[in-house]
Design a protein around this ligand. Structure first.
Ligand SMILES: NC(=O)c1ccc[n+]([C@@H]2O[C@H](COP(=O)([O-])OP(=O)(O)OC[C@H]3O[C@@H](n4cnc5c(N)ncnc54)[C@H](O)[C@@H]3O)[C@@H](O)[C@H]2O)c1
Length: 363
């Protein structure tokens, strides 16, 4: 690949293709606006469709090339009809998380004006929080893609929830730094440790490490919640939370719940950050029920594109990239404020193309 800031692009399956194309158009336009150099894209073939056609789920050398880029952008991978013999789906993206140690899964959840509010309480208009999902271990340590399940014939299967000090320390430091950065931007800057420390030794360990690290960040208010109570609170009083840190499976489930509070999966952006590289993708899947119909909401992907530009700005010391991220966030905010963004996902009249064109207009 040539010089410049390099992004490996995996469009994947179903609506992943459409929302990736929408995102790259918006990212390119935002960079042109700030005068920053365009990104250099390296397209990589991967996904369930690719597996069906070729017998492998990512093109030869694709994983290595992805790791050589400055960031990876991924649309969505998976088709329920394409499965391995044991019934699990192909999931090369889980291998990417594992291979590149993408431990910090950042999932912002924000209410926009004129977007649906699923809760009647007017305070729901102020929902603005981040779920920080550990993304390499926890219960997903045993994800089928890794072949680590303890399968005892056809009688019993054991999956392992793994918490290591090394990853958990990095995760909690990441959470505290994120809370500090949010505080600097006028947000509460509070970090809640979400666990099940009352029942599982692994979760008590997770909380112990949280408590060891907390004193290093005296400016960050800390809180604790058991995951079952957190599910209740995300419906009862989501406005009371800022950043929540948790193990992988808890984050998988609660981030969908949280996404539902502010519209749906089409609003759920996601960054997965490791020591050397970050992967950016909407939190949703390939949505086979609506694929090929121009119905997908591309905003989760577009907002993930903004997260990617922010990450690249810091990584490459190119402030123009951060400015472009800010422009995209503002375009989405203003589009909703003016009621000009009306995705079909929430009963509006705008499909993928119309939403993308409107974001481009606001840029
Ligand atoms: N990271 C990933 O690539 C990822 C994540 C989740 C699921 N998947 C895969 O995607 C496939 C479908 O999974 P699923 O149906 O459980 O989850 P999904 O997220 O694809 O869809 C769930 C529901 O949300 C809707 N939806 C999702 N994104 C939307 C968008 N941008 N705009 C409008 N509506 C949207 C869908 O139409 C569907 O009704 C499966 O093969 C699954 O394994 C992949």
């Amino acid at each position: 690949m040539s010089n410049g800031v390099r992004v490996a692009v995996i469009k994947g399956d179903g609506i992943g293709v459409d929302v990736t194309e929408a995102t790259l158009a918006v990212v390119d336009a935002a960079l042109a606006k700030t005068g920053a150099a365009p990104l250099v894209y390296d397209p990589i073939q991967s996904g369930a469709g690719y597996f069906r056609d070729t017998g492998v789920d990512i093109e030869p050398g694709g994983e290595k090339r992805a790791g050589e880029a400055d960031a990876i952008f991924l649309g969505a991978i998976g088709l329920p009809s394409v499965r391995h013999a044991d019934g699990t789906e192909i999931s090369p993206h889980l291998r990417l998380r594992d291979r590149f140690g993408l431990y910090a899964g950042v999932r912002p959840v924000r209410a926009y004006p004129n977007a649906p509010q699923r809760l009647a309480d007017p305070r729901a208009a102020g929902i603005d929080m981040v779920i920080l999902r550990e993304s390499t271990e926890g219960l997903f340590y045993s994800a089928a893609a890794h072949g680590r399940s303890d399968i005892r014939g056809d009688e019993e299967v054991r999956d392992t929830l793994r918490i290591t000090r090394k990853t958990t320390e990095k995760l909690h430091h990441f959470g505290f730094r994120l809370a500090e950065r949010r505080k600097a931007r006028g947000k509460p800057g509070k970090l809640t440790c979400v666990d099940k420390a009352n029942v599982f030794a692994s979760m008590a360990f997770f909380r112990k490490i949280f408590d060891e690290i907390a004193p290093e960040y005296p400016g960050v208010e800390v809180g604790y919640n058991y995951v079952d109570a957190q599910a209740l609170d995300l419906v009862r009083q989501p406005w009371a939370f800022d950043v929540m840190v948790m193990e992988n499976m808890f984050g998988d489930i609660l981030s969908d719940l949280a996404g539902g509070l502010v519209g749906g999966m089409g609003m759920a952006s996601c960054a997965e950050i490791g020591d050397d590289i970050g992967l950016f993708q909407p939190a949703h899947g390939s949505a086979p029920d609506i694929m090929g119909q121009d119905k997908a909401n591309p905003l989760a992907a577009i907002l993930s594109g903004a997260l990617m530009l922010d990450y690249l700005a810091e990584k490459t010391n190119e402030p123009g990239l951060g400015d472009a991220a800010g422009l995209i966030d503002q375009a989405v905010e203003k589009g909703f404020e003016a009621n000009r963004l009306r995705p079909m996902e929430f009963g509006g009249d705008m499909g993928t193309k119309a939403v993308t064109e409107t974001v481009l207009e606001f840029l």
